[in-house]
Write a protein of this length. Sequence first.
Length: 619
Amino acid sequence: MSSSSSSSSPNPLGSLPQLPTVEGSNPQRAAVDAFKIAVAVQVAAVIGKDVKDVYLGIDTGKVNLGTKIDLSIAVARFRLGGKPAEWADKVAAAFVANEYISTVTSANGLLMFQVNHANFAKAVLGQIHSYPSPTSDIPGYDSNAYGCNPVVGKGKKVIVEFSSPNIAKPFHAGHLRSTIIGAFTANLYETFGWEVIRMNYLGDWGKQFGLLAVGFKRHGSEEALTADAIKHLFDVYVKVNQDMEAEKLAGSQETEDEARLFFKNLEEGDATSHALWSRFRDLSIERYKETYARLNIHYDVYSGESQVATKSMTEAISTLQEMGVVGEKDGALIADLTKYKLEKTVVRKKDGTTIYITRDIGAAKERYAKYKFDKMIYVVASQQNLHLAQFFKVLELMGYEWAKDGRLEHINFGMVTGMSTRRGTVKFLNDILEAAAETMMEQMRRNEAKFALIENPERCADVLGMSAVKIQDMGAKRHLDYTFDLKKMTAFEGDTGVYLQYAHVRLASVQRKNPNIVMPEDISLVKTELLVEDKAHDIVYLLSLYPDVVSTAYKTNEPSAIVTFAFKLAHAISSAWDGLRVQNVEVELGTARLYLFISARDVLATALKLLTLEPLDRM
Ligand code: ARG
């Protein structure tokens, strides 16, 4: 089935009766919308409201009232006058079951509908496979998959800036989260048809580079630098800081002076200083690239604070002065944003040097000039809320259209505590990944018999480790803090990334283990009406909600919406195995069930890929 690719999608609703078009619905993307329209048409006629309004009032998700409910309406929301319970009874009495909806019940003002299971399954599963088949070129994400909606962002461009670590400094939890959430955000925008530019804005400028250069002359080694620039530069940085501290106690400041001179030369464009600094930067980027690749992450642009042209900043500062956004105080330039409850912020220090926010302003202007983006997203920890808000406000006050109406967006997130391993606090991205893979390997070894069957345990442990870290990070709402817990996140039980991978592996194995079942070329021939069990319907139902889940994630920038969905699906599948055997049953039944599992596998894989995970087929 995965090889079938058709340019024009067949109508997943097949031979079901035509329905009116309703604004806000999209049955071509989400078959469940057709079933909602079928409900809305009849309900609207009885209560005398627009089909569209009724449509928007339909809830999905099961209401637990002892009955199995697919769709529901709380009648009170329409403010009809009179008792909602009576209105609901009236609707239920008038409702005529059809090929979309098979039952309606009414209780205390709540209308509850069951879809026609067989037609629903045919429509939903058909839709999943009517999309051009996944190209499965991992890493990367197939934006043509079920759940996508490329019309939304068609022709629009977004820059997603994420990760943005600092050279010669530790890669801390804030960077880790930015990397994970940012990579997801970029995928999500692609799913919605945007042209996405993935950008890494390195912290690669400032006085510390003078210090680093001095330190390198004293403590550096060419060999260590080429082997692992990130680690070596950090070590050098620590050592030179120690030198400086010691000197301070002795009443001298030789190192500091030397460092200042280097940075001054660097800022003035001295070739030798620049060459050394460039090497630090290039080698660090090279090293980072390897680690990002391990995480299935790539960038279109490695920019950085150093790349912002002085001209962009001086121009920006003049504009700020002309427009009266900044005032001078003791030689420094300050933007007073107290009116906007954003305090005051320095944009140029009294010695004339620029700072973090000045570089951000300059960088944003350059990015707009170069990319003409429709939107730019900064994925940065909540600790920098004030900085981002100030910086956005300044740009807005400068009058840039591209900085208005939410076109600049800060996606923030809470803190991670306890990011450490047995060897101590982790300092680099690679350490985090190593520690996760190692812990994973230990978990895998616990089951000797199973372990022996794994083809490539190192690789398996690595992918599972990454999955564990990512799912732990994206499992809860972004703003929440969490504790980094390697043991917990790599467990096979509980809501972990490993559990999701396991669910996928198991789904992938069903087809492998049933080579005798051949899926028909024309998938609509599969007898989905044989999927009569509640467990089967539960899975179909969840699958039908995926497009909505993706839309919610897009509206809220919440990866947790996708993660929660993936867990629900994995749970529904794990409780269905016994009741839905594929082997040793009538071939038509086995085929229908296999079709269901293949569909579940494909949707789970789509969700995992959107989350930047690489779905495993074996483990
Ligand atoms: N390098 C910064 C840090 O580590 C994060 C950069 C965030 N992006 C930005 N455009 N300010 O804190």
